[in-house]
Design a protein around this ligand. Sequence first.
Ligand SMILES: Nc1ncnc2c1ncn2[C@@H]1O[C@H](COP(=O)(O)OP(=O)(O)OP(=O)(O)O)[C@@H](O)[C@H]1O
Ligand SMILES: [Mg+2]
Length: 574
Amino acid sequence: MIKKLASSVGEYKRPSALAALFVAIEVALEVAIPYLMSFIVDEGISKNNIRNVIIFGCVMIACAALSLFFGVLSARLAAKGSAGFAKNIRARVFGKVQDFSFYNVDKFSTGSLITRLTTDVNFVQFAYMLVIRVAVRAPLMLTVSIIMAFTLNAKLAVIFVAAIPILAIAMIILIKFGFPLFEKMFKKFDEMNSKVQENLIAIRVVKSFVRENHETEEFRKASAAVQRAQLKAEKVVVFGLPLFMFCIYACLLAILWFGGNLVISRTMTEGQLSSFIGYVQQILMSLMLIGMILINLVISKASIKRIVEVLDEAPDISDEHADPSLKVAEGSVEFKDVCFSYNKSDNYVLNDINFKINAGETVGIIGGTGSAKTSLVQLIPRLYDVQKGEILVGGKPVDKYTLRNLRDAVAVVLQKNVLFSGTIKENLKWGDENASDEEIAEACRIAQADAFIRSFPDGYDTYLGQGGVNVSGGQKQRLCIARALLKRPKIMILDDSTSAVDTATDAKIREGLRTKLKGMTVIIIAQRINTVKEADKIIVMNDGRIDAIGRHEELLATNTIYREVYESQQKGVE
Ligand SMILES: Nc1ncnc2c1ncn2[C@@H]1O[C@H](COP(=O)(O)OP(=O)(O)OP(=O)(O)O)[C@@H](O)[C@H]1O
Ligand SMILES: [Mg+2]
């Protein structure tokens, strides 16, 4: 798990390694200080030799200054290394999420992915910094100090050796109980972030239903759950510090007591005792630091696990079986005995779907809400994979094409479509990065968007807010159609994409698609019969199955569902 993440250190290995090295130098200088102290006491103060006090004092100051210098240097490098490490992890996770299919994203939920990309990475960054600074410092200091203490007085040194196993047992218990609690805490973080995200995306709906208080209450609950989970986890951790302090002071007391007796009985000098106490402090200090690292490793272990989960998730739609050189030759689409469910169970949303669309045909899909029209067309560009059966595009199974080649040939204007912040032109260029102004304008003319774009003071350079908030619903739909047209796809799928456009404009868009883009297969999902009336074929969907396929007149004569929808829509007209 840790190995997997460690590869993200990448180009920050150098600052990280240097940080560790400088810490080592810092420690070496630091442990010299108590030693010098014993010289000052025994050779200077006890012998009333002021010269020795000054000499050893100066050396001590130099050691302290140098150790400070290396300390600061290593802290800076550690900050650089850990921030870079975190940057690399974020880039890797984000890149991975880009490869996810809808199924993968639904599985994690967007809120959880956001927590993993932010909060979890922060914890890992902090733990990494601790590891390169403290994890070098503490054990090193511990070993050197123990050696020094034993050299000074082995009998006295046994006292704190007794304290070490007590601390170790306490640490193990802490980790065992702490880890699951931190895992739980992060789950609550996920829930809170999901709440925030949902609320912010739908803030207009919240306001129009005057649900602010309800939403605030929901958020308060989610936030309080985080607080509770955090408190519970921290409760275990806070035990650590007082326990350490207790051990430290107990050891100090014991050493002062026994050491004092040794000095009185003249088996130890005052200087030796004072430097011994210095080492004991350093030993216990490093034990405390080790404890602190362990606690942070517990927290970050939960985070590392969550990040690695994302990195380990296999994108369920990939180019595994694809032939990179294969391009979609023509725009035919065929479904053979297709069954599909969103959760990969046999609780199918689509059942036994069979039909063939020839290249260049215009096909309408009609059906009640929830009859799986969207689910059906999403399978063509492989936004999801089928559980049973096969889908052929241009005569070849969809998974034989790379996703790029397939999706370049199949443009979908999704029912829930979005624009991105940026100018209109930038948004349209998603369809084709190198499109010329004239090509862009031509696509917009077909999509009936050119006129309203030009009516804006900034025309094609009009800036769109996040999600395209500053254009109307119908305008947004037409921009999305133009964006898809710029891909010059072989197959164009419009999922209810003109629902917010008036009927006259709707007719003009279809007219434009038919006359200007001959040869392109067009699949139109619509609620209005008028939108699909002239199609070469109309597929009537009912509850995840195809109820009938035919032309308008045929269906009117033979299909009950189609006739009922048609009649109910005609009433208003007459
Ligand atoms: N992402 C999803 N995860 C799980 N189930 C889904 C998902 N999207 C849709 N469904 C389910 O699949 C069924 C068909 O939905 P679909 O969106 O295909 O209907 P539709 O015919 O496009 O409806 P509408 O006319 O309202 O757009 C519904 O019962 C819905 O609950
Ligand atoms: Mg739909």
